[in-house]
Design a protein around this ligand. Structure first.
Ligand code: TRP
Length: 333
């Protein structure tokens, strides 16, 4: 029996080179060895204000990008969260088991509440419970997530405990977080002390998977670097350059020493020009496949439907047990 993996992205902003290197490129490697579920967390996106038209376009766009990046809908279950109503059903039941105090401690909630002062809605607060439901529905073994989601993963595990204290063991599998290597963490191009974020307001901070090649070039060339010229990996004193070297290294398989050698006697500019070419040549086929998929919305709808049906069929058994354990009466079908 293959182990089960589940992960998702909130449908906000743009999928970036950071998402590709830090997450999605790993997902495509995992798809042969594991039983994988990948989904778009569109309900999580609603915790911040969304323009309905933009959200809808973005759901199609992210789905098409998952496919264009190499996730195979035959090998994996690729679906949209809101198309499987069991997520919200389980989320409510788990919400009723989760103490406010635990949610109050979530650093992401505190940050977001500060960032969106005018929209501190209850969904922002219960966000991690929905995330726990996403995971617990599928008896998942492993959840690949970024460092920023580690605390939410801990909570998901705590929630299994709250459930078992009340209703006894045997329904949910305890999921493990799988936090990737530090090297896979790509930083913002203009401020290398921050992670490259897909929801960044400043477009110059990230490279979107679907950015035009000209734009990619421009963004890399204008990435912040220090005033020295020697190409040397020095995270502390040359954080901007280190970030570019990191991208260079993961995309070419070359070590930092090899890159340093390659640019001996040359300037940062040379490295930037080459890096832009490397990134563009990796992303161009993805972008072309993406643009092609986006022309055929019926096809995307069909794949989404199939994904949702697979996900629903897989999560049904868990929800049925939950209904039984809690004393709810499932509808006879
Ligand atoms: N909160 C995650 C993020 O922003 C997305 C997400 C929602 C998720 N539900 C999940 C990730 C379940 C892993 C498992 O990155």
């Amino acid at each position: 029996m293959k182990k089960t993996i589940l992960s998702g992205s909130t449908v906000t902003g743009n999928l970036t080179l950071g998402n590709y290197i830090g997450a999605i490129s790993n997902w495509t490697k995992l798809q042969n060895e594991y039983d994988c579920l990948y989904f778009l967390a569109d309900l999580h996106a609603l915790t911040v204000q969304q323009d309905p038209k933009i959200l809808k376009d973005r759901i199609y766009s992210f789905y098409a990008q998952y496919l264009a990046l190499g996730l195979d809908p035959q090998k994996n279950t690729i679906f949209v969260q809101s198309q499987v109503p069991y997520h919200t059903e389980l989320s409510w039941i788990l919400t009723c088991l989760t103490p406010m105090g635990y949610l109050n401690r979530m650093t992401q909630f505190k940050e977001k509440a500060e960032r969106h002062v005018k929209n501190v809605n209850a969904g922002l607060f219960t966000y991690p419970v929905l995330m726990a439901a996403d995971i617990l529905l599928y008896q998942v073994d492993m959840v690949p997530v970024g460092e920023d989601q580690r605390q939410h993963m801990e909570l998901a595990r705590d929630i299994v405990g709250f459930w078992e204290n009340r209703y006894g063991p045997g329904i949910f599998k305890l999921p493990e977080a799988y936090v990737g290597k530090v090297g896979a963490r790509i930083m913002s191009l203009q401020d290398p002390s921050k992670k490259m974020s897909k929801s960044d307001d400043n477009e110059k901070n990230f490279i979107a998977i679907i950015d035009d090649p000209k734009v990619v070039e421009k963004k890399i060339k204008s990435a912040t670097t220090d005033s020295d010229t020697v190409v040397k990996y020095d995270l502390e004193n040359k954080a901007g350059l280190a970030n570019l070297m990191n991208i260079y290294s993961v995309m070419t398989g070359k070590s930092f020493e090899e890159i340093e050698k390659l640019y001996e006697g040359k300037m940062y500019g040379h490295l930037k020009v080459d890096l832009a070419e490397i990134v563009v040549s990796t992303l161009t086929p993805v972008r072309e496949k993406y643009l092609d998929l986006m022309k055929n919305q019926d096809y995307l709808d069909k794949l989404m439907n199939e994904g949702a049906m697979k996900a629903e069929a897989r999560s049904e058994a868990t929800l049925k047990k939950v209904y039984e354990a809690t004393g709810l009466v499932p509808r006879k079908r």
